[in-house]
Design a protein around this ligand. Structure first.
Ligand SMILES: C[S@@+](CC[C@H](N)C(=O)[O-])C[C@H]1O[C@@H](n2cnc3c(N)ncnc32)[C@H](O)[C@@H]1O
Length: 204
């Protein structure tokens, strides 16, 4: 599926994104945004930054760069940053091919992005390339459930969401992160394993 089509999809969805996502945050994801962002340090890259819902949760002393391929989502992130008086460099770019130098970030954060990025493995390769070896990778996402009944539902839902919205429900990032040489420093899974959040590093 081509990149321009999905960027247009997210442009169209941007108007209702915050309202929808805030409901999911309350129902399912809990305190995952502050959980993830409070651990960030130094030069921070947020991949698939979207409308910037994480921005209020970063420590004040980090230097933020946000990447997304939807112009309208980036516009919302810029507005949010301005209203918070928070400096951020925003780049319109494909997470599968980041226009950023090797080893240039201390932390990479990605929340609810790897379920939507068409090639999540390519994005993880790019994240690994730009993250310093002693850097922190912080991920939060909905993943394939530990319950086989819910998994069956996720399989059914994906028949619709993957072709129409590019949204995957059967992915799990943790094994892909391990396969790239990271050590998992912290991992939590809840709501029948539907939500997983993790912190990983390659130096241990
Ligand atoms: C579900 S939203 C998550 C936004 C934000 N991370 C959050 O936590 O609210 C998914 C985001 O991924 C972005 N996205 C999807 N595929 C992408 C890609 N290949 N490169 C950059 N951004 C992408 C979309 O534009 C959208 O903003």
């Amino acid at each position: 599926m081509n990149r321009a089509r999905w960027a247009r999809y997210w442009d169209r969805k941007s108007d209702r994104y915050d309202a929808e996502m805030m409901r999911w945050d309350q129902r399912l994801f809990g305190d995952s945004r502050p959980w993830a962002c409070s651990k960030a340090r130094g030069e921070v890259l947020e991949v698939a930054v979207g409308s910037g819902l994480n921005l209020p949760h970063y420590p004040p002393d980090v230097q933020l760069t946000g990447v997304d391929f939807s112009t309208k989502m980036l516009d919302l992130a810029a507005e949010r940053a301005a209203s918070l008086n928070r400096a951020i460099r925003l780049l319109r770019a494909d997470a599968q091919r980041l226009p950023l130098a090797d080893n240039s970030f201390d932390t990479v954060v990605c929340t609810f992005g790897l379920c939507a990025i068409p090639d999540n493995e390519a994005a993880l390769d790019e994240i690994t390339r730009v993250l310093r070896p002693d850097g922190l990778l912080i991920l939060v996402d909905h993943v394939v459930s530990t319950s086989r009944f819910i998994r069956a539902g996720q399989w059914l839902v994906e028949r619709i969401t993957v072709p129409l919205a590019g949204e995957h429900f059967l992915r799990r990032q943790l094994p892909l992160v391990r396969a790239r040489g990271y050590t998992i420093v912290q991992a939590e899974r809840f709501r029948h394993g539907l939500v997983e959040r993790l912190v990983a590093t390659r130096l241990r």
